[in-house]
Design a protein around this ligand. Structure first.
Ligand code: AP5
Ligand code: MG
Length: 193
């Protein structure tokens, strides 16, 4: 089993690339953002509580997303491993993920970090707001807050992964196909060895 983190700030292309990579490499794509939005769409109690937090661009509590991932971690049957998108987002989530994988004889094999500059991120999310209907894309102040939260709470995971020797930065600017090619080359280095 091979486990990859697709990492990067809001709007860096994690979701776009994950869908394609999951198909190409037969990986199970797990996005905590998508799972939370599914809870909201289904009108669950959890969804109602989390939607208010998500609308501000703050992170939901660690235990909520750790629980969601824990419930799916045994679902890799017939797949080559996991592609984690938007999770982990704090060092505490990273430690929890590592523990869950270690208990099952697995590890985080690589962290692929999409590097995209601030202005490009904002441009993409404002554009997406027109189509996605995501409340957290509609307000430029919320977009800025998501980027700030990423820097403060999520970016420290890079140092954590650098120490484990699994950090791999990827240029996240260019065409979707070009970026897919860059990520595919890196992932192929694991699947073909
Ligand atoms: P989440 O859903 O994870 O959102 P995010 O990190 O803010 O990232 P986005 O989904 O906005 O961007 P993306 O990197 O996936 O880019 P995309 O491919 O869509 O989280 C939402 C909220 O849920 C959080 O704020 C938090 O409240 C909560 N949450 C989720 N997980 C959590 C966790 N683990 N812990 C705590 N809270 C959590 O691309 C963006 C746009 O750009 C698209 O329109 C796309 O078409 C376009 N695009 C993509 N690539 C390119 C390209 N190369 N050139 C031009 N346009 C491009
Ligand atoms: Mg996404």
């Amino acid at each position: 089993m091979l486990n990859f983190l697709i990492f990067g700030p809001p709007g860096s292309g994690k979701g776009t690339q994950s869908v394609r990579l999951a198909e190409k490499f037969n990986l199970k794509h797990l996005s905590t953002g998508d799972m939370l939005r599914a809870e909201i769409a289904a009108g669950t109690e959890l969804g109602k509580k989390m939607s208010a937090i998500m609308a501000t661009g703050e992170l939901v509590p660690d235990e909520v997303v750790i629980e969601m991932i824990a419930a799916r971690i045994d679902s890799t049957k017939d797949s080559a491993g996991f592609l984690f998108d938007g999770f982990p987002r704090t060092v505490a989530q990273t430690e929890a993920l590592e523990a869950m994988l270690n208990e099952r004889g697995m590890k985080i094999d690589s962290m692929l970090v999409l590097d995209v500059d601030h202005d490009e991120l904002v441009k993409r999310l404002i554009l997406r707001a027109e189509l996605s209907g995501r409340p957290d894309d509609k307000d430029p102040a919320v977009i800025e807050n998501r980027i700030d939260v990423y820097k403060a709470k999520t970016e420290p995971i890079i140092e954590f992964c650098r120490q484990r020797g699994i950090y791999q930065p990827v240029d996240g600017v260019g065409s979707i196909d070009d970026i897919f090619g860059r990520l595919s080359n890196l992932i192929s280095g694991y699947t073909e060895s």
